[in-house]
Write a protein that binds this ligand. Sequence first.
Ligand code: XIL
Length: 390
Amino acid sequence: MLTRRQVLRLGRGFLAGLGAIAPACAFRQQHKLAAFESLYHAPLASNLQAFGMDRPDALKDYAAARNLLYGAAANPHGLSDPVFTAAFLRECAILVPENELKWQSIRPSPTQFDFSQADRLLEVAQRHHLLMRGHTLVWDQALPDWFDEAVDRQNAEQVMTAHIAAVASHFAGQLHSWDVVNEAIAVPYSQRSDGLHPSPWLELLGESYIETAFYAAAEADPQAMLVYNDRWLDYDTPRDNAQREAVLNLLEKLISKGVPVHALGIQAHLMGHETRFNADRLRTFLRDVASLGLKILITELDVTDRDLPADVAIRDSIVATAYETYLNVVLEEPAVVAVLTWGLSDRYTWLSSYEPRPDGLSVRPLPLDEAMNRKLVWTAIARAFEQANR
Ligand code: XIL
């Protein structure tokens, strides 16, 4: 197996070749690769191959042995593919509908609710004894087209609480957890000291929309674990450091007021090319969140390979190492109860359209390849679970 250093040298050779055609691009890439080298002294994916992929246990089994839930996001398109579905049922203990519970999916008009797609996913989950999560009750990015015209300062609170009451009570008692509020904080886009994202909800209702949403969810489904879910919490970068601080402040405020929030969801959309990972900073953040009495879920884990070398072995090694490095830190924290990847197979991943590779090759961010074979990422997750000391 190649060491990370060897892999990067190989990658550099490849990129140097590219450099003849596109010097500026190659310069940028070499810069990134140099950064990899100085950061990752540990051998890259050194003995991951030795762990083997041909094991009888699935990811959900490795997770369960450490008191963790493993699952993934899926959508009706993926679940209409019997090969994907078989793989999903083998590996996962919990399903999260990728889009089917968002406003855009269930609110065709201000007066209508359409639960048909979500109901079908719940039926699949229940038939196969999987848990299901709800994602998400309040998120400004998935609002329907009619929203701006129909919602104003006068009716905003009623529209939001009526939505939560209807949706959360439709599924009451049947979901493991709800992402009640998603991505309320975006420090880079915020003019405010609390980092709140300038969403329609914030504009119409002020910051109290967050607690209002949690109270409404608790009333409609007293059994579900209520989660605040957010992104950019992973790296030692100015953006992520500020985001962690703002999220922690928000959670402290909610808890001190007695708002029924039970857990933090960390999206963990990681980047294979990002080298600024600081285990101590992440650990401290997780400890701080846990000390508020909150559980922690990793809700949307994936690793984009958009800016990695084309060679599949190299790419898979770097992506798998990013998973394992991250999970090794996260799984030390006893408050972490679940790890979900945002998709299971490279065949069905949002990153094909959101983070496509400039060279047009298909992306490889998830545990299974397009043919549902286990990849090094699968091994990295299985081994991180197996070695978790908890
Ligand atoms: C993404 C879905 O995967 C896409 O299919 C959809 O087009 C846009 O949303 N953070 C979230 C998820 O909380 O809801 C997003 O899902 C990915 C980023």
